[in-house]
Write a protein that binds this ligand. Structure first.
Ligand SMILES: Nc1nc2c(ncn2[C@@H]2O[C@H](COP(=O)(O)OP(=O)(O)O)[C@@H](O)[C@H]2O)c(=O)[nH]1
Ligand SMILES: [Mg+2]
Length: 633
């Protein structure tokens, strides 16, 4: 079963609704007012199954649109998801304003296939039909409906003439239509919302991509609310799932009709984002006036409609018939993705003036001006691997996560990995965990890291290295990227990682003679003092080196755990502390209890040293304080 959506287009009273009825038996004018006034106001629906060229069933969903110029916005809500257009042109009237406007809209929306029907042929003689045909051929030449490859079928809904041929042409065209991707992420633009007795809230729409199953949870964009799909109907029949290209009705649990409306889109929860800014390629119709930078326009995409200002990427205006890059700043957020098409209409009077394709629905707040044109040019190429690579590139050392790549493109992660396979194999893009980063950005992080280290060694010749933590803070990169670069530099032996310290390869501590000598003096002073240590500043005062160097030497001794600092101004040699531990272990066999007095007797130190030492021992879990006493552990 191949689902194909057929939309009508054409001027009012050119027989669109009658044609749909003649083909399907269904009157698409469903509103009471439409029936009473005999005109189509809103979009209407019908369906028909036909045997396809290679035995498959073609399931045609028809969207019949209003031709009246006042209802073009309703026409726009219907035409967004169609695969095939039936352009109705009455043989007795030929081309009229909405013939042109609807045709322009179809072209701007990139609709690729269609059939032109010369309707109401029973009202005119065959010569008039031929004259109309010639006019119409001229009108269509060079377009997607060029008579060289798209049929023009004279027909009459009243007499039935030409309808068989029309069905044959429909089968042929529908057979050639490119099927929408039911494996992609699901998106369903809502075109109707109503309550059905016994069911509750029902919405309808054309599923433009993906698959929705019964009991799925979906998010309503841009509301952000999550709802459950309680039931599904496809073309009026209950179904377990709806696939891309099908006319779909969903019975939704957890939301009322008042909260929903035409223009909202359903998609899987927490996967995509709606946006107020779209970078686009915008084409202006030949018939339009020049469009100035910052102009206010109406924007239509799928079933949604909002206002926007057009901010041109370059230049002051777009000339009629020209295409340019621009940013649409929308009044209301929409959920759109690259390659989605849109239409713009003039602020006032409201007529269609142009349209185009979305290039980027997640533009950076502050794009790099000098590279923006080039970036949009790559996106406009529509070559998926290059567009993805450009998206990775613009994120620099920050990288692009797979989840972000999906949100920006609407492609699933398997697709993304697939599109990037070559770039990854060639090393142009490097996957780090969940992040994609371009090689150039990695190289930049590498050299930033190396020059940071070099500068550090330069300024701190007496320090063995920088702590990883301090280095990470100094480098502008994600933690995963930082870690990856660090490891890769270490593997390449460009740097060394010793515990928590990082240093450039071979750049240990450079020490001059008098520094080495001073270091020894400090160490000796403490080693020989045992527990009756001298004041640190007295030791340092007697050195040849200046105070700041002297302090760095102490830092080195502390780092190498030769000296141990147990309180702000008390430093001991580690051997003295080790001896104390041994002494205490021996004391334990006599009695595990130890008070300050016994400790002073044992060690010979004054109270000033005894208290901090005991507290240190508590911290080290050599002793435990119980009331005024300690227990040796
Ligand atoms: N004689 C004749 N009248 C037609 C034909 N098709 C439509 N009509 C009439 O033309 C009027 C407009 O038709 P309708 O289908 O509503 O036009 P729409 O506005 O394009 O949908 C109606 O009164 C129809 O009965 C046709 O093939 N022959
Ligand atoms: Mg109609």
């Amino acid at each position: 079963m191949k689902p194909v959506i057929v939309g009508t287009a054409g001027h009012i009273d050119h027989g669109k609704t009658a044609l749909v009825k003649a083909l399907t038996g269904i009157d698409a004018d469903r509103l009471e007012e439409e029936k009473r006034r005999g005109i189509t106001i809103d979009i209407g629906f019908a369906h028909l199954e036909l045997a396809g060229p290679n035995g498959e069933t073609l399931r045609l969903g028809f969207i019949d649109v209003p031709g009246h110029e006042r209802f073009v916005r309703n026409m726009l809500a219907g035409v967004g998801g169609i695969d095939l257009v039936l352009l109705a042109i009455a043989a007795d009237e030929s081309i009229k304003p909405q013939t042109r406007e609807h045709f322009d809209i179809c072209r701007l929306l990139n609709i690729r296939r269609g059939i032109t029907v010369l309707t109401k042929c029973d009202l005119v003689d065959s010569e008039t039909v031929e004259v109309a045909r010639l006019e119409v051929e001229d009108f269509l030449r060079g377009s997607f409906l060029d008579p060289a490859h798209s049929p023009i079928v004279p027909a009459s809904s009243r007499t039935g003439a030409g309808l068989d041929r029309l069905k044959q042409e429909l089968i042929k065209a529908a057979g050639e239509v490119f099927v929408k991707d039911s494996g992609a992420i699901a998106r369903l633009p809502i075109d109707r919302v109503f309550t059905m007795k016994g069911f509750g809230t029902v919405i309808t729409g054309t599923l433009i991509s993906g698959t929705i199953r019964k009991d799925d949870e979906v998010e309503v964009f841009p509301l952000g609310q999550r709802v459950r799909v309680r039931g599904i109907q496809v073309h009026g029949q209950s179904a377990e799932r709806a696939a891309a290209g099908e006319r779909t009705a969903l019975n939704l649990a957890g939301i009322g009709t008042a909260e929903l409306g035409r223009g909202m889109i359903l998609a899987p929860p927490a996967t995509l984002h709606s946006t107020n800014r779209l970078d686009v390629s915008l084409s202006l119709l030949e018939s339009a006036k020049p469009l100035k930078d910052r102009a206010r326009v109406h924007v239509h995409a799928y079933t949604s409609e909002t206002m926007a200002s057009v901010v041109l990427c370059d230049g002051m205006e777009i000339a009629p018939g020209q295409t340019a890059f621009a940013q649409l700043r929308l009044n209301d957020p929409v959920l759109l993705l690259p390659s989605d098409r849109f239409i713009i209409r003039q602020f006032s009077p409201v007529v269609t003036i142009g349209g185009g394709g979305v290039l980027d629905a997640a533009p950076l707040r502050k794009p790099v001006k000098s590279t923006q044109q080039k970036y949009l040019g790559i996106l406009a190429s529509d070559d998926r691997p290059s567009t993805l690579q450009a998206r990775v590139e613009r994120r620099g050392g920050r990288g692009l996560s797979l989840a972000e790549a999906t949100a920006e493109t609407g492609w699933r992660s398997e697709q993304i990995n697939n599109y990037l396979r070559d770039s990854i194999a060639q090393g142009a893009i490097i996957p780090i965990g969940d992040l994609l980063i371009e090689l150039k950005a990695i190289e930049a992080v590498k050299s930033e890291l190396e020059s940071t280290l070099a500068a550090f060694h330069q300024q701190n010749p007496l320090v063995a290295g920088v702590s990883k933590e301090a280095l990470r803070e100094a480098i502008d990169a994600q933690p995963e990227v930082f870690g990856w670069v660090l490891d890769s530099l270490a593997r390449a032996r460009r740097l060394e990682i010793v515990g928590e310290l990082v240093r450039l390869a071979g750049r240990g501590v450079v020490m001059r003679d008098e520094e080495a000598e001073s270091k020894q003096i400090i160490e000796k002073a403490f080693a020989s003092a045992g527990l009756k240590v001298p004041a640190l500043h007295d030791v340092l005062a007697g050195l040849k080196v200046d105070q700041s160097r002297a302090h760095k030497l102490v830092t080195m001794l502390l780092r190498d755990k030769v000296l141990v600092k147990i309180s702000d101004d008390l430093v001991f040699h580690s051997e003295a502390l080790q001896n104390l531990r041994t002494q205490l272990a021996a004391e334990k066999s006599k009695s595990p209890k130890m008070n300050v007095a016994r400790f002073k007797d044992l060690t010979g130190v004054s109270r000033k040293y005894a208290i901090p030492l005991l507290e240190y021992l508590d911290r080290e879990r050599v002793t435990r304080r119980v009331g005024d006493e300690r227990i040796i552990l």
